[in-house]
Design a protein around this ligand. Structure first.
Ligand SMILES: [Fe+2]
Ligand SMILES: [Fe+2]
Length: 300
């Protein structure tokens, strides 16, 4: 039966937010089902600086996931369509699972390895893992999202999507996950494999593809309808990109020249390419927003 023959139904099942919602339901995964046995062995083979680098990366991602979980709700308050609400419900649930995954990894791999090494047990919330630009980036994201509750304008929605979906999820997280996956995957002979971590990151990234796609589609609509000037998007993201770069590669950032995985300049290039590609897909009418699979591909 074609959609034209149907009476009015509750849901519009032909639109992106509904498809993403369904995709989320079908791809459900449990962070506690990932096998971490091989990771405990892998962690025991890490040099002390590499172990320290791994902990920093895990702490940064864990804290980032916690922040985005806490900061998403204002968007769910202002968006009215049921399909958007249903999608955001899956996103909030998924961000919670991402926090859960990193917390569990710290408990079951990091703490176990610290005990084995006879070290003092460290906390993923210790301030030493985070640099100033990283804190600043997440504080700005929180403000951009919370502003929707007081002043829900198209411009403020655009700013919120630019902070949350384009910059934090689309550039910072995807670049970081790219670096971490390469470092601890099978292609890096210098380091032991951490297959549970790589598996978890793959699942997190697949979820993130939907989140980024949702935000991009909202931004594209604001721009293509003439409601928001694309210049606002560029300005907003351009102000945040230096903070992303410093979070990833600056002093106390996620990547170091001597550390495992891609070098800081590789990561900076990757982040820049992602940023340009996304902006083009949003602001050029003839460009399509890639499908979920493409949004989560490892290579640029
Ligand atoms: Fe996430
Ligand atoms: Fe996300």
């Amino acid at each position: 039966m074609s959609a034209d023959d149907l009476p009015a139904m509750q849901l519009n099942t032909t639109i992106r937010p509904h498809n993403y919602y369904r995709n989320a339901v079908e791809k459900h995964w449990d962070p506690h089902e990932i096998d971490l046995e091989a990771d405990r062995k892998g962690a025991s083979e890490l040099s002390e600086p590499a172990f320290e680098g791994l902990k920093r990366s895990l702490a940064l991602f864990g804290a980032g996931e916690e922040s985005v979980t806490e900061d998403l709700a204002p968007l769910a308050v202002v968006l009215e369509d049921i399909e958007d609400q249903m999608f955001l419900t899956t996103q909030l649930y998924e961000e919670s699972k991402h926090v859960d995954f990193f917390d569990r990894y710290w408990r079951e791999v990091v703490l176990a390895e610290e005990k084995r090494r006879g070290q003092e047990l460290s906390s993923p919330t210790d301030e030493r893992w985070f640099n100033g630009p990283y804190d600043e980036l997440f504080e700005r994201n929180e403000r951009a999202m919370a502003r929707l509750l007081d002043d829900d304008t198209p411009e403020n929605r655009a700013r919120a999507h630019c902070h949350y979906h384009l910059t934090i999820e689309g550039i910072l997280a995807q670049t970081g996950y790219y670096g971490l996956t390469l470092a601890y995957g099978e292609n890096e002979p210098e380091l032991p494999d951490l297959p549970g971590l790589v598996e978890g990151l793959k699942l997190v990234r697949s979820d993130e593809g939907r989140h980024v796609g949702f935000g991009m589609a909202k931004l594209k609509l604001l721009v293509s309808s003439g409601t928001v000037d694309p210049e606002l998007l560029r300005e907003t993201v351009d102000e945040l990109v230096p903070l992303v770069q410093e979070s990833l590669t600056g002093n106390g950032g996620a990547s170091t020249e001597s550390g495992p995985g891609p070098t800081p300049s590789d990561l900076a290039d990757y982040a820049y390419t992602k940023h340009e590609q996304r902006m083009r897909q949003i602001t050029t009418a003839s460009e399509k927003i890639p499908d979920v699979e493409e949004l989560t591909e490892l290579e640029a």
